[in-house]
Write a protein that binds this ligand. Structure first.
Ligand code: NAD
Ligand code: UD1
Length: 339
């Protein structure tokens, strides 16, 4: 039996595909490559000794998806495929509604027809929006603040309605905090196109000399050092969280919602310091104006995931920094087709 990983060539999907393969699972990847490269499949094979089946297809293409289900004995799906850049979602909301909501709806229709009713869905802490209640617990109301977040909340509601309408579904909704780091081998990691939007890839690109300095967005927030605080989670811990979630929905029927985070807040300036200490690389930076839409501080209450599926993070901030740097060092220009 096999697990279908949509978006499996992407950042989190590739690490999860590797962890699943290492755990003895058969992995089938469907990815349109809109934000990734096919050579990631070679890297997963190099890491694990087994090559996942790969289909270049858009999840909105129901016929292509159905063919995958008819070719492989799929018993469950982890749905990563989608668009994820908040700023782009403000500029191009229809592209986000289409990829994220129509994509999920198409996948669910195909699963329904094929009789596959186990799904793990990539949601985000961004669904909580602006709340004073920190750390975030899963029972907080959803009040997303941007189109990207609204697509994630909409899919959560779609899954909830589907679960209540039909017997037999078993669904895990995982709300990720800030995924960072890379596989310790340096073979797979985060490879954003263009100028990175997110903190960690920006830091690693400064560290290898691709960019002159980091701009720290805001130094006057009401936090201990004035920079924003987030909950950074090593992508390998996150990948292992998907294995735990699969175990949960395979072992029982239900609709489960879990935060996946470390439960610890780290500021931008603490991250810069931790990176320099862990890697020996200086990260020049300067304080810039605040970035629109940023919240001062939030982190996860991750205790429900520990209770329900015995999952917690194991990797440290130093592990995160070292592994992120190692990927960037081995792949200074990201994934390049000849490697
Ligand atoms: P990513 O862009 O690296 O991976 C997504 C993959 O999906 C890419 O390989 C892309 O080519 C593919 N894809 C996009 N649209 C597709 C479509 N219509 N059909 C088929 N494939 C398609 O992103 P990621 O960081 O690995 O994120 C994976 C999932 O986790 C996304 O759903 C994202 O919204 C969610 N998430 C990510 C973060 C984060 O910080 N990275 C945080 C919270 C939630
Ligand atoms: C962003 C998204 C969020 C998504 C998450 C996934 C926004 C507003 N939010 O979260 O929806 O779920 O990514 O990882 O885009 N920073 C700098 N300099 C930089 C880049 C970032 O100082 O060059 C700061 C930011 O101001 C923030 C922190 O670093 O305080 C983390 O930023 P980022 O990595 O972009 O993640 P989030 O904004 O937390």
């Amino acid at each position: 039996m096999a697990i279908l990983v949509t978006g499996g060539c992407g950042y989190i999907g590739s690490h999860t595909a590797a962890v699943l393969t290492e755990a003895g699972r058969e992995v089938v990847i469907v990815d349109s490559l809109v934000n990734s490269k096919a050579l990631v499949v070679n890297r997963i094979e190099a890491l694990t000794g087994r090559r996942p089946a790969f289909y270049k297809a858009d999840v909105r293409n129901e016929q292509a998806l159905a063919e995958v289900f008819e070719t492989h004995p799929i018993e469950g799906v982890i749905h990563f495929a989608g668009l994820k850049a908040v700023g782009e979602s403000v500029a191009q909301p229809l592209a986000y509604y289409s990829a994220n909501i129509e994509g999920a709806a198409a996948l669910l229709r195909v699963m329904q027809r094929q009789g596959v009713r186990r799904l793990v869905f990539s949601s985000s802490a961004t669904v909580y929006g602006d709340t004073d209640i920190i750390p975030y617990t899963e029972d907080l109301p959803l009040q997303p603040m941007n189109p990207y977040g609204r697509t994630k909340a909409a899919v959560e509601w779609m899954l909830t309605d589907l679960y209540h309408s039909q017997p037999g579904w078993s669904i895990s909704i995982l709300r990720y905090f800030n995924p960072v780091g890379a596989h310790p081998s340096g073979l797979i990691g985060e490879d954003p196109a263009g100028i990175p939007n997110n903190l960690m890839p920006y830091i690693t690109q400064v560290a290898v000399g691709r960019r002159p300095e980091l701009g720290v967005f805001g130094g006057d927030y009401p936090t201990p050092d004035g920079s924003c605080v987030r909950d950074y989670i090593h992508v390998m811990d996150l990948a292992e969280g998907h294995l735990a979630a699969l175990g949960l929905i395979e072992g029982s029927h239900g609709l489960f919602v879990h935060n996946l985070g470390s439960g610890r807040g780290v500021s931008v300036l603490e991250m810069v310091k931790a990176f320099s200490e862990a890697t020996g690389q200086a990260v020049p930076y300067s304080i810039k104006p605040r970035r629109a839409g940023d919240l001062p501080a939030y982190w996860a209450d991750a205790s429900k995931a520990l209770r329900d599926m015995n999952w917690r993070t194991h990797r440290s901030l130093a592990d995160i920094c070292r592994d992120a740097y190692e990927f960037q060092r081995q792949n200074p220009k990201g994934y390049v087709e000849t490697t």
